[in-house]
Design a protein around this ligand. Structure first.
Ligand code: NAD
Length: 252
């Protein structure tokens, strides 16, 4: 506990059936928030929600496909029906673990379109579904999950995250007048099952060796940043991209 303005609030965390999203959901519950586990993988999402509820937390699983307008609208409606409204949205869902890593020029076009639908436009669809309730409650906070890959020019994964950065800027402008703040976290390589499945160990070791704080990120590193961005401690922070990466990317 200790982050002002989080206890009692209602948060939706997309892609929270494991990895960093699960850490976000659990950190929010530990601060006294009520959490919607909005996840496409029913088994994983339900297991996280049941585990949080079993520990005495308030969690609701809603099977959600962030690339579907109908599904994101249903996600928001379920949150409002169960908890009375929405205060926070964490747009964490993405194709990451097990994603194809082909070149921009050769990747199958249908896969590329689906990838961008989920990894970039999904965050916009979720924001469109949630902002009305946030506005009715006097404001809110949205955190988008970017990546340091956005600044590395690495294929469609990096491009989608670059889009997330731009979306963060645009939504911060559009939603500010409703007292809704919009920021992004850009994690460096973070120790999750998805990263391990996605990245050969030798490559990972090489990457870590070049990071000033020379280790992998931990989901808790991301959760600490997310709590701060959602809380009243960052009440006048909006439109910002916060790298949480041990100094992997140092920009002017
Ligand atoms: N782990 C890292 O090194 C790292 C670094 C930078 C950014 N990120 C980003 O952090 C986020 C979480 O990464 P992670 O390592 O926990 O990976 P992960 O694969 O465990 O998390 C992604 C989650 O999103 C869910 N998902 C996929 N498609 C969905 C859809 N259409 N609708 C709803 N949910 C869907 C997946 O089932 C999964 O639970 C992702 O946005 C990823 O791009 C991760």
């Amino acid at each position: 506990m200790g982050h002002p303005g989080i206890a009692g609030k209602v948060a939706i965390v997309t892609g929270s059936g494991g990895g960093i999203g699960e850490a976000y959901a659990r950190a929010l519950v530990a601060e006294g928030a009520k959490v919607v586990i909005a996840e496409i993988d029913e088994q994983k999402g339900r297991a996280v929600a049941d585990s949080i509820s079993g520990d005495g937390g308030d969690a609701l699983f809603v099977r959600t496909d962030v690339s579907s307008e109908e599904s994101t609208q249903a996600m928001a409606a379920a949150a409002i029906e169960r908890f009375g409204g929405i205060d926070f949205l964490v747009n964490n869902a993405a194709l990451f673990g097990g994603m194809k890593t082909e070149s921009m020029l050769q990747v199958d076009w249908d896969y590329y379109k689906k990838f961008m639908d989920i990894n970039m436009d999904g965050a916009l669809l979720c924001a469109r579904a949630c902002y009305g309730s946030m506005s009715q409650r006097g404001g809110g906070s949205i955190v988008n999950q970017s990546s340091t890959a956005a600044w590395m020019g690495v294929g469609y994964y990096g491009l989608a995250k670059y889009g997330i950065n731009g979306l963060t800027h645009c939504l911060a402008r559009e939603l500010g007048r409703m007292n809704i703040r919009v920021n992004a976290i850009a994690p460096g390589p973070t120790d999750t099952e998805a990263l391990a499945a996605q990245t050969p160990k030798a490559f990972m070791d090489q990457m870590v060796a070049q990071i000033p704080i020379s280790r992998l990120g931990r989901p808790k590193d991301m959760a600490d940043a997310c709590l701060w961005l959602l809380s009243d401690a960052s009440a006048w922070v909006s439109g910002q991209l916060l790298a949480v990466d041990g100094g992997q990317i140092i920009r002017g």
